[in-house]
Design a protein around this ligand. Structure first.
Ligand SMILES: C[S@@+](CC[C@H](N)C(=O)[O-])C[C@H]1O[C@@H](n2cnc3c(N)ncnc32)[C@H](O)[C@@H]1O
Length: 367
C-alpha cells in the first residue's frame, strides 16, 4: 500500500507517516513497481498498533519501546490495547454518570460540597473497576480469622466500605455501608443489608453497633480520620485492616513497588500516618502477615507468585493499577515480564521462595 493510501485509510496525514518513517517508528519497507515507497501487511500491522497506543495517550518514545518488545506479538498487543480501551471507556462512562448526577443536583438548586465531590470520585473509581472485582477478590480465611477474632463477642457489626462483603462474619448481625452502586449491585443475593453512604458521614445514632469494621478501604476515603471517628462514634469496638503508609521499609522490601512500580509511593502522599489512624479510634496496631498463597487478590497478595501480575484480571481488580495510569502499568508489566523470562526476577528475589508469609505493611487496628 502506498503512503497516500495508508494515510487516507488510517485518517492521518502523510506528514505524520513521514515523521514516523524518519524516526524509525514505522517504515514503508518496500517499493512499488513505479519506484514509490510502500507498506507491507506487517508494516500496516505495526502502524495500527502505533496509532492505537497514540490514541490512548502514549508518547512516541514509549510506543517505540512497546512495539519493539520482542516478547509481545500482535495478539498480545491486541489483548493489551483492548484492556486499556475498555478501562478508559469504563472510566469515561463513570465520569459521565457522576457529571450527570451533579448537573441534576445543580438544576434542582443543590450545590455539592467539595467533600461530596471528592467522595463521589472515590466511589466512582469503584464504579469503574467494580465489575472486575469478584474475579480475584475473595475472603482469605487466615486474615478473616484475625478480623473475626478482633471483633470479640460483638453480635451486631457495621461493615464500612463493604464492597462485595468479603470479610463479613457469617455468624453475627451485619449491616453494610458502601457508596459505590456497582459494588452494591455485586453483593451476593444473600449478603447482609447494605446502606448507600460514606464512612465520613454514617447515617446511624451513636453506639448503634457492638462493633464497626473496615477492610482494605480506609485508603480510599477522602478523609480517613473523619471516617474512623465516625466508626468510633457508632460502635463500641472498631476493627480496621489497613496499611502502614509511613513505613517505607516494606515498600523497599516489596519487589513490585521497589523495582517495577515506584509510582505507588505517589499514591500515599498526604496519607495520614499509622499513629494518626490509630489515634482516631484510640486503639493499637498489630502486624498482619500475608500468606504466600493468599486467596484475596489485593495488591501485595501475589508477592511469591509474580506471574500473577501479568494477568489483566488480577490487575483490574486492584485500584492501584487504575490509579497509577496505563503508562506506568504497562511499563511495570513489560519489565516484569522481561525479568521473569530472563531469570532476573528469580535471581534478585531468591530468598522469597523459602518464606511462607511476608510482612508487607498490612496492619490490623483494634480499639
Ligand atoms: C478495596 S474495596 C474493599 C471492599 C471490602 N471491604 C473488601 O475487603 O473486599 C474498597 C471499597 O471502599 C469503598 N469506598 C470508597 N470510598 C469510600 C468512603 N468514603 N466511605 C466508605 N467506603 C468507600 C469503595 O467503593 C470500595 O467498595
Amino acid at each position: 500500500m502506498t503512503v497516500g493510501r495508508v494515510a487516507e485509510l488510517a485518517g492521518v496525514t502523510v506528514r505524520t507517516l513521514h515523521h514516523y518513517d524518519r524516526i524509525g517508528l514505522v517504515r514503508p519497507s518496500v517499493r512499488t513497481a513505479g519506484g514509490y515507497r510502500a507498506y507491507t501487511a506487517g508494516d500496516v500491522e505495526r502502524l495500527r498498533e502505533v496509532l492505537a497506543y497514540r490514541r490512548l495517550g502514549f508518547g512516541l518514545r514509549d510506543i517505540s519501546d512497546l512495539v519493539d518488545d520482542p516478547a509481545t506479538d500482535a495478539v498480545a498487543h491486541l489483548h493489551r490495547l483492548r484492556g486499556l480501551l475498555v478501562d478508559q471507556r469504563d472510566r469515561a462512562a463513570a465520569m459521565v454518570t457522576a457529571i450527570d448526577r451533579e448537573l441534576e443536583a445543580r438544576a434542582m438548586g443543590i450545590r455539592t460540597t467539595p467533600e461530596q465531590q471528592l467522595t463521589a470520585l472515590g466511589a466512582q473509581l469503584y464504579d469503574a473497576i467494580g465489575s472486575a472485582y469478584p474475579a480475584t477478590r475473595r475472603t482469605e480465611p487466615r486474615i478473616a480469622a484475625r478480623i473475626w477474632d478482633a471483633l470479640g463477642d460483638a453480635r451486631t457489626v457495621l461493615n464500612v466500605g463493604a464492597g462485595t462483603g468479603s470479610y463479613e462474619p457469617p455468624d453475627r448481625g451485619v449491616t453494610a455501608v458502601e457508596p459505590s452502586a456497582v459494588m452494591r449491585a455485586l453483593r451476593p443475593a444473600d449478603a447482609a443489608p447494605c446502606v448507600a453512604a460514606t464512612a465520613e458521614s454514617l447515617p446511624f445514632e451513636d453506639r448503634s453497633f457492638d462493633a464497626a469494621m473496615a477492610v482494605s478501604t480506609v485508603h480510599h476515603w477522602p478523609d480517613p480520620v473523619a471516617g474512623l471517628r465516625e466508626m468510633r462514634r457508632v460502635a463500641r469496638r472498631v476493627v480496621v485492616l489497613t496499611y502502614d503508609a509511613d513505613d517505607t521499609g516494606w515498600r523497599q522490601r516489596f519487589w513490585l513497588t521497589r523495582d517495577y512500580l515506584p509510582e505507588f509511593a505517589d499514591l500515599l502522599v498526604g496519607w495520614p500516618s499509622l499513629a494518626d489512624l490509630t489515634r482516631a479510634i484510640g486503639g493499637r496496631a498489630e502486624s498482619v502477615l500475608i500468606p504466600w498463597d493468599c486467596a484475596d487478590g489485593f495488591f501485595e497478595a501475589y508477592w511469591r507468585r509474580p506471574e500473577a501480575y501479568l494477568d489483566e484480571h488480577v490487575r483490574r481488580a486492584v485500584s492501584v493499577w487504575t490509579r497509577v495510569g496505563p503508562k506506568a502499568e504497562q511499563r511495570a508489566v513489560r519489565r516484569l515480564r522481561d525479568d521473569l523470562s530472563s531469570g532476573r526476577w528469580a535471581e534478585r528475589n531468591r530468598e522469597l521462595v523459602t518464606l511462607d508469609a511476608a510482612e508487607l505493611g498490612l496492619r490490623l487496628l483494634v480499639a
